[in-house]
Design a protein around this ligand. Sequence first.
Ligand code: G6Q
Length: 559
Amino acid sequence: MADAAKTPIDATSTAAWKQLSSLAETFQPDLRGWFAADSTRTERLTFDAADLHVDLSKGLVTDEVLNALLDLADETGVAARRDAMFAGEHINVTEDRAVLHTALRQPKGASVSVDGKDVVPDVHEVLDRVYAFADKVRSGEWTGVTGKRIHTVVNIGIGGSDLGPVMAYEALAPYRALPDGSGELECRFISNIDPTDAALKLQGLDPETTLFIVSSKTFGTLETLTNARLCKAWLLDQLGEGVDEKAAIEKHFVAVSTALDKVAAFGIDPANAFGFWDWVGGRYSVDSAIGTSLAVAIGPEAFADFLAGFHALDEHFRTADLADNVPVLMGLLNVWYSNFLGSETHAVLPYAQLLHRFPAYLQQLTMESNGKGVRWDGSPVTTSTGEVFWGEPGTNGQHAFYQLIHQGTRLIPADFIAFANPPYALKDGDVDVHELFLANFFAQTRALAFGKTADEVRVEGTAEAIVPARVFTGNRPTTSIMAPALTPSVLGQLIALYEHLTFVQGVIWGIDSFDQWGVELGKQLALQVAPAVGGDEEAAATQDSSTQALIRYYREKRA
Ligand code: G6Q
């Protein structure tokens, strides 16, 4: 086999790919038949990874397909590349960087080298500083410039410096209580450069009790720096004349970045900055200091559990046989669905209201990672990559888009996620509402798998003319992911699960899942157009005619 760290293998040229193509040609999904013929199917296709209990049996997969997929993993060097990632090799080829988010959740005392340097002590040095800071804010020891304790933390960041913290803050709402029983700290998140975002998020805030965390890996992102300046101006203005500006910034602004020189240039005291490293990708950074707002909200102990959850899943991914390795199996199934059965999108449907931002978070993780058209050596891919991920919590989605999943003409594999214990146990009379909620989860996955035949519809007394409209073909693949409860650890496990299955798909496609040149392009383009929008005729003249006309329309209509 070629060196997996250097040369991508063209998956489509492997024997396993040919075998999968030929299986796909005659593939007749038959979940009813498969379950009837094999009483061990559920047991054989259900796996435990740390606290996650993952049932793949309602997937469109036979033993033959699964074996061929595992051969594909072998032939494309999934295990070797995984090991190269964990070992700190520069597998982010186009940026010539190591990919070591897994080092961020290593316990103290472990050792991981990047370019000959053990990074775990550095990781824990920063974590300890983040924890000490979080404790100070939570206890009230950290005060604003007028001596009042902090009640609101505003994270200013975008993309990877926003989506993880806001998703996890929402998901872990029950873990936010302050140690002295005085309620909880509120976090708000400003990301968009649409000034409406900052305007709305600042509404009602007391400047004396508000702390801003400017989160930016590069500290060069237009949106974040603009919003940080807006917030700085708002703070100084609201605190009023006579306030010592330097002291106010010191007490109300901290930063998280890899570019500590730029943090200082912005006016934030480097003593109030938390660093991380270029081997942490933005969309993999919620477990770095980028999670500082989360650490302040839930406290160091819960944040440490969150990291321990990631690590537990990392260990599973690193050590389990590929045939029992949940991220490997889920990644392989996604390749089967998208490359061989023609699915283009993938739904993620948490039966947990607290995970309402999880699909949005996964959109960045999966689509920014695997939305690539060339392999890591620059050669074009020869198959489709990167499915469109989307979703909403159940049961809301059931009353909206599930129709298309049940009876539409497209194949939409769906991951259902649920927890045995609810964060808030409520009863409707004698009825445990969480049980009613989970009944929906179980019923939906059953209906998607097994459908409803014309005869079953007729038995219900349906008029013949509308029988076809009420038939469900079934054979719509789902993966059920359950865990005892949505704890910080389980959330970490879930995120790591998707990180690793995204990685597996990227390896099979031979792409660099860790660069994002499309994002970089966006960062440059807006800066080029900005002068034209502001009225610079010369700059406008360099734009195409459609853009010129749109800018003209804007300038005419802007009051
Ligand atoms: C993530 C992407 C991107 C990035 C943002 C913010 O992997 O690179 O979403 O996180 O563009 O970048 P900064 O943290 O550098 O401001």
